[in-house]
Design a protein around this ligand. Structure first.
Ligand code: A2P
Length: 341
């Protein structure tokens, strides 16, 4: 089989733009690349690998000769287009929450459960960005000493909401610094100089949907149906990278030294943990990097089997685009693409 044809839906979006950059960086071999977005972007042009490509209409026919369809637009768009693309023979890598918990759809972080791709039915989902970085750091610990319970508080960047939220934070910050009053439209409240304990709608049990994702997706990716997770997801005025304060209860005690060793040996995880020198993971350092950074690793003083830590990663890269391209690489490596036609 030759190099794959790739269609990117949401090519003008916050994740889509990073996805195209990472395709170039990783030299992912592509035969033909086609870019799609909403009707308002049709006719725009985007340069990828030195080629000036048009943004096209997202029609069903565009998937006809596609080997991969990467979809990062909205849950509604994924719901509509993923089955269409899959039915027309493309392997869909979906960035929305539409199919993540579907038992027929593998939910994959390649370092953890690449083998789940083997039972795909032409759609694979990438996890929510806040889940991905947490499981990346915790999976090597879980393998050594099964995790029973996780308490996590997130500090999530506005880029996770998309381009409009990035613009809103910039605009509100400028207005307020100039003495004006901010207008909120993307979020229910002002995000500049604020922290919003509200990401996605509130559910019946009082958690938000984002918080529930951290529970259900963690269980599915780690094949650990009994893990308990209690999350509080907070949007903060940071552009790129999510940070997380995580408290983990293991089956047996685990020392911080052992945890550092296990995490440092896991591909894609970097331990930055030297508080005496003020060294710990920071959102601004993680931005534009693919790794998940972990620090502040210490005994949880509230539980004998507990550890506490701080996990930071670029939400647009490992949290979305990099993970998606890693899935595509894995699909190619495992020869899981159906021959075209
Ligand atoms: P557009 O730029 O034309 O609005 P973000 O997450 O940054 O908000 O980006 C969302 C992405 O999804 C953008 O590329 C956006 O295109 C695209 N998009 C939104 N609605 C549709 C749609 N109905 N069909 C295809 N792409 C869409």
């Amino acid at each position: 089989m030759g190099n794959p044809n790739v269609v990117v839906v949401g090519a003008t979006g916050a994740v889509g733009k990073v996805f195209l950059r990472i395709l170039e960086e990783r030299r992912f071999p592509v035969e033909r690349l086609r870019l799609c977005a909403s009707p308002r972007s049709i006719g725009k042009r985007i340069k990828v690998n030195g080629e000036d490509l048009p943004v096209e209409a997202t029609t069903p026919e565009i998937f006809d000769d596609a080997d991969f369809a990467f979809i990062s637009a909205s849950t509604a768009v994924s719901r509509e287009l993923a089955p269409v693309a899959a039915q027309r023979g493309a392997f869909v890598i979906d960035d929305s929450s539409a199919y993540r918990m579907d038992p027929k759809v593998p939910l994959v972080v390649p370092e953890i459960n690449a083998e789940d791709l083997e039972w795909h039915q032409n759609i694979a989902a990438i996890p929510n960005c806040s889940t991905t970085q947490m499981v990346m750091a915790l999976y090597p610990l879980h393998k050594a000493n099964p995790i029973k319970r996780i308490i996590v508080d997130t500090f999530q960047a506005v880029s996770g909401t998309g381009n409009l939220a990035i613009d809103e934070l910039r605009e509100q910050s400028r207005t307020i610094l100039e003495g004006g009053s901010a207008k909120a439209s993307v979020y229910p409240h002002q995000i500049a100089f604020n922290a919003l304990p509200h990401i996605e709608p509130f559910m019946e049990d009082g958690y938000t949907r984002e918080e529930q994702k951290m529970l259900y997706e963690t269980r599915k990716i780690m094949h650990a149906p009994d893990i308990a997770v209690s999350a509080t997801c907070v949007r903060v005025p940071v552009y790129f990278s999510h940070s997380e304060a995580v408290h983990v209860e293991f089956t047996h005690p685990m020392s911080p030294e052992e945890a550092r060793e296990l995490m440092a040996a896991f591909p894609g995880v970097v331990v930055v943990d030297n508080p005496a020198a003020n060294e710990y993971p920071l959102a601004i350092d993680a931005a534009d990097r693919d790794e998940v950074f972990v620090g502040r690793i210490r005994k949880d003083s509230s539980h004998p089997n507990g550890l506490a830590m701080w996990i930071v990663s670029d939400n647009l890269r490992k949290g979305a685009a990099t993970n998606a391209i890693q899935i595509a690489e894995e699909v190619v490596k495992r020869e899981l693409l159906k021959p075209r036609g």
